[in-house]
Write a protein that binds this ligand. Structure first.
Ligand code: SAH
Length: 378
């Protein structure tokens, strides 16, 4: 039944403006026997001006708006059904998509120190607003197929891929709610919400283009994180418009990695690190390795040394995340001292290493906690 609906939706791509690139809007406009420049007006209206309804787009003649309506052509923003606000200002949005599926998107007014590509930018720029490092964490799939043992999203299993319009729509819905307007107002985007972006590569990369060219977030302020889908790392490297790359490493050797991330059986550390070494970095760009610290599993002095050795020579920084706990996850969070000790060993080995601050843990908005928590609360 769900499959059927999804197929319907995918087939009906031309009824949702969000997700369409300029050349696709041009075709849509021509099919409606309207002048070509209307495509640019639509592009501006849905991505830059963030219209929720074509009825509200005053740059378009009334007749054209009626024509769109009668053809069932809508903007297609996801509906925000719930909003949870954490003590630290983080907001977790539960969004409902056209077929009733739900995903989560997180607004972090001050980021979590994971958004900046080289660790140097964070907080260095101020536009007079408290959230000058604001970061939106976007989902790329409903659920996830990767099955990392410490992640709550994994417990959902995979529901389905999101369309490009649904990915962009999350950002626009949050910007509307926060009344924030890039590019004048600075916003970072991280593809670190629910799902594995590289298992939905085409829609993800199309969303990136629309976010850069339409919504106005520079690609240099976007970061995509992968659990290690190696062939897609090479694909990302050959894209002209692309975010920075983060790799969820999480272990210093194959034995531990396979235990906590079964995907390691498909692409092991040697394959993953070869792809990382060959990734074509731009000027001043660095890779990010994310490393979730699990008490007594991957957080020892020896593990830190092994990790430093493993990534030696790669132009990269490491982001450490102490496990965010959750029901159904058996691992423990290491204490502060163990996290600091791990960081110090890496730094002493010459690896820039940052500790990601847990954001919105109290509302289940932190890394690895996105599980549509209406279910958890009940
Ligand atoms: N699937 C992609 C995108 C999700 S990013 C990926 O795995 O990279 C989510 C990040 O949060 C990953 O770096 C992951 O390792 C981390 N993470 C997952 N569960 C976590 C948890 N319980 N506590 C802390 N970090 C977690």
């Amino acid at each position: 039944m769900l499959k059927q609906k999804v197929r319907c939706m995918n087939k009906g791509w031309n009824t949702t403006l969000l997700g369409l690139e300029l050349h696709e809007l041009t075709r849509l406009v021509e099919e409606s026997e309207e002048p070509g420049y209307r495509a640019r007006q639509l592009f501006q209206a849905v991505y830059a001006d963030r219209a929720a309804d074509t009825e509200d787009v005053s740059t378009l003649p009334k007749e054209f708006r009626s024509k769109l309506k009668s053809k069932g052509i809508v903007v297609g923003l996801p509906e925000v059904t719930n909003k949870f606000v954490a003590g630290d200002g983080t907001v977790r949005y539960l969004m409902r998509l056209a077929d009733g599926e739900t995903v989560e998107t997180v607004w972090m007014p001050e980021g979590d120190d994971g958004e900046s590509g080289d660790g140097s930018e964070a907080g260095s720029e101020s536009n007079g607003r408290a959230w000058s490092r604001a970061t939106i964490c976007i989902s790329s799939q409903a659920g996830c197929a990767v099955n990392c043992q410490f992640c709550l999203t994994a417990l959902l299993g995979i529901k389905r891929n999101l369309t490009a319009g649904e990915i962009v729509g999350q950002v626009i819905a949050v910007l509307r709610d926060r009344q924030v307007s890039p590019p004048e107002e600075r916003v970072n985007l991280v593809f670190m919400g629910m799902g594995e972006p590289f298992l939905n590569f085409e829609n993800f990369i199309k969303a990136v283009r629309l976010l850069a060219q339409g919504v106005g977030v520079p690609e240099s302020r976007m970061t995509v994180s992968t659990a290690g889908i190696v062939p897609r790392i090479y694909d990302l490297g050959s894209e002209t418009v692309r975010p920075k790359l983060a790799i969820s490493l999480n272990a210093p050797n194959d034995q531990i990695r396979t235990e906590i991330m079964p995907i390691n059986k498909k692409w092991n550390l040697q394959q993953l690190l070869t792809a990382a070494r060959e990734f074509p970095l731009r000027n001043r760009e660095k890779l990010t390795f994310e490393y979730v610290l699990l008490k007594s599993v991957n957080d020892s002095v020896q593990h830190a040394r092994e990790l430093a050795e493993l990534i030696r020579g790669i132009k990269a920084k490491v982001n450490l995340i102490a496990l965010n706990p959750g029901p159904g996850v058996e691992f423990k969070t290491p204490d502060e001292a163990a996290v600091l000790r791990f960081q110090k060993i890496l730094i002493d080995s010459g690896v820039p290493t940052f500790i990601r601050r847990p954001r919105g843990r109290d509302i289940y908005a932190a890394c690895g906690q996105l599980k549509r928590t209406l279910e958890l609360a009940s």
